[in-house]
Write a protein that binds this ligand. Structure first.
Ligand SMILES: [Zn+2]
Length: 276
């Protein structure tokens, strides 16, 4: 005889808050059983929110299914969830992990894999220049990142590279671009300009990009790739969590990563982290 999984229980500190969160995001329905327990039903399995003063997180991972990961990821962020692992591929599909308001970790997976496609030649050429700048950065003892600001007519307006080795960890090229654009471009020119960068914007730079009203972003390598490369090189994760650009600036058009440049960028990170 087979005994099936029948119920899943999540420990939460505020049942009403959890009903709002899961109800608004996933359409679950609820039945209250007194002040300390509420049953949820997703139309397939039932489970419960059990109120406890001290929520203990961890344990088996609950994995939900949704075919549009970007869409549900943005909605989870808007509802107050925190993305703990951005979208990554695994055999069979892609998924991401998030934390609910109590810190319970769940995941959403999809069998629909977004194709990694190659970028058009003009974009590719600008990204190659970003990588040259990243190489200059490594040669100067800085982290391997380089970025360009390109006018709607294709002219390169400004370029910079990482300059953090002197001690100011905010000296990222995308941040320098945002400040340059705010000083020298009209709002209309900023909105039509494109920022090319060797590595996807960190949250600080994505916020600056959004605040000064810049347009499209094209990156050669993603934050997800960076995290995987750092793990491979034994580099501990940084203090600031990375977030998808669109979770900070939902309306900015983003393209990347470019699979043809991954090896070259990894090599720069390897050189940077193994330099003596
Ligand atoms: Zn940055």
């Amino acid at each position: 005889m087979v005994i099936r999984i029948d119920n899943i229980e999540l420990s939460v500190s505020d049942i009403e808050r959890s009903k709002d969160f899961y109800g608004s995001l996933f359409g679950w329905t609820f039945t209250d059983f007194g002040p300390t327990y509420c049953e949820f039903n997703d139309g397939w399995l039932t489970g419960g929110f059990s109120r406890s003063e001290q929520v203990s997180t961890g344990g088996p991972l609950l994995i939900l299914y949704h075919h549009e990961l970007d869409d549900i990821q943005n909605r989870i962020v808007a509802a107050g969830g925190i993305i703990s692992q951005p979208v990554f591929s695994f055999p069979g599909g892609q998924r991401f992990h998030f934390l609910d308001p109590d810190g319970n970790e769940l995941a959403v997976w999809s069998a629909v894999v977004e194709e990694q496609s190659e970028l058009p030649p003009a974009d590719f050429a600008h990204l190659q220049r970003c990588i040259e700048l990243a190489r200059e950065a490594v040669e100067a003892g800085d982290s391997p990142f380089g970025s360009l600001l390109v006018h709607a007519d294709g002219r390169v307006l400004f370029e910079d590279r990482n300059r953090t080795s002197a001690g100011d960890a905010t000296r990222h090229p995308e941040f320098a671009i945002a400040r340059w654009a705010a000083k020298f471009l009209t709002p209309a020119e900023r909105a039509e300009a494109t920022v090319y960068t060797s590595g996807e914007h960190c949250p600080m730079c994505a916020a600056a990009h959004g605040m000064v009203g810049l347009g499209r972003i094209v990156y050669a390598s993603s934050s997800e790739q960076l995290r995987a490369w750092q793990a491979q090189l034994g580099v501990p994760p940084g203090r600031v969590r990375s977030l998808p650009i669109n979770s900070l600036v939902p309306d900015v058009q983003v393209a990347g990563p470019e699979p043809r440049l991954a090896d070259e960028i990894f090599e720069l990170h390897r050189q940077y982290h193994t330099r003596s």
